[in-house]
Design a protein around this ligand. Structure first.
Ligand code: NAI
Length: 309
């Protein structure tokens, strides 16, 4: 069969209202982007998956598109194809940008990644202004406010739809706390609030579920390990990048929650870095309830112990 007729049928299937959402990944050929694309192709809530990058987008797309799962996959390469990649999307996930090398802080990435995020968000404002945006590119504490400014300038800013992805901090916190408690990490829920960089990452160990208590030494160990989990991976990879596989897992966990919210599921709660009035800071990571319009309810911090305050 001719390739064009196969593509036509796939497009028909995508257009023909196959149940599910349209999702774009920007930076899909990168260390995070590739496993993230693979995991999103496995997500039954996704009907169309657009993979955009400035390199190797078509190679990754060809590879992922052979998976026998429902989502129709299309690849888009370089700036001239950005608008096609974004048109009609319900959710846009952004892992585009450079990662850290040993000795770098997330702030060292600011100059390059700020420009990348700005251009991509200009495209979102133009082509899918109502999409939920999951921003992974670091420094999240700064790229989210930059994205907000781009959307304000374009007149499309809706704070509930712009979400910085801090799920990896929660995933790490659940894992490390479970190790200390001798539990299965799937049974553990640790809220992580604040930001996504060093000491701004604050696990609320006093609010862990199931309820438990920690010695001062355990609190100090866990807080430090969670805050420096990213650096632990950067150093272990010794110049080959930062967390990619655990990050892709975390990004999919968060994206799936956003899609369940979009579908109208009740009680979808995750931590995210979002415009907030919980503290005096304009953006802050806390638990939020995700719904059809994004972060529909932003939860207060709850009772903090002295260490956390
Ligand atoms: P990577 O370098 O492996 O991949 C980045 C991808 O972005 C590359 O494929 C590159 O071609 C692409 N890219 C660069 N400029 C682009 C543009 N203008 N448009 C579209 N794509 C573009 O990096 P990796 O490891 O995937 O990390 C990506 C970002 O995620 C970094 O900023 C890193 O710091 C951040 N990160 C965030 C975490 C979080 O918890 N939020 C955790 C780990 C990493």
């Amino acid at each position: 069969m001719e390739e064009s007729s196969v593509l036509r049928r796939a497009n028909c299937r995508a257009k023909g209202g196959a149940p599910g959402f349209k999702v774009a990944i920007l930076g899909a050929a990168g260390g995070i982007g590739q496993p993230l694309a693979m995991l999103m192709k496995m997500n039954p809530l996704v009907s169309v998956l657009h993979l955009y990058d400035v390199v190797n987008a078509h190679g990754v797309t060809a590879d992922i598109s052979h998976m026998d799962t429902g989502a129709v996959v299309r690849g888009f390469l370089g700036q001239p194809q950005l608008e096609s990649a974004l048109t009609g999307m319900d959710l846009v996930i952004i892992p585009a940008g450079v990662p850290r090398k040993p000795g770098m802080t997330r702030d060292d990435l600011f100059n390059i990644n700020a420009g990348i995020v700005r251009t991509l968000c200009e495209g979102i404002a133009k082509c899918c202004p109502n999409a939920i945006v999951n921003l992974i590119s670091n420094p999240v504490n700064s790229t989210v406010p930059i994205a907000a400014e781009v959307f304000k300038k374009a007149g499309t800013y809706e704070p509930k739809r712009l979400l910085g992805v801090t799920t990896l901090d929660v995933v790490r916190a659940n894992t490390f706390v479970a190790e200390v408690l001798g539990l299965d990490p799937r049974e553990v829920d640790v809220p992580v609030v604040g930001g996504h960089s060093g000491v701004t990452i604050l696990p609320l160990l006093s609010q862990v579920k199931p309820p438990c208590s920690f010695t001062p030494e355990e609190t100090e160990y866990l807080t430090n390990r969670i805050q420096n989990g990213g650096t632990e991976v950067v150093e272990a990879k010794a110049g080959a990048g930062s967390a990619t596989l655990s990050m892709a897992y975390a990004a999919v966990k968060f994206a799936d929650a956003c899609l369940r919210g979009l579908r109208g599921d009740a009680g979808v709660v995750e931590c995210t870095f979002v415009a907030s009035q919980v503290t005096e800071l304009p953006f802050f990571a806390t638990k939020v309830r995700l719904g059809r319009s994004g972060a529909e309810e932003i939860y207060q911090l709850g009772p903090l112990n002295e260490y956390e305050r």
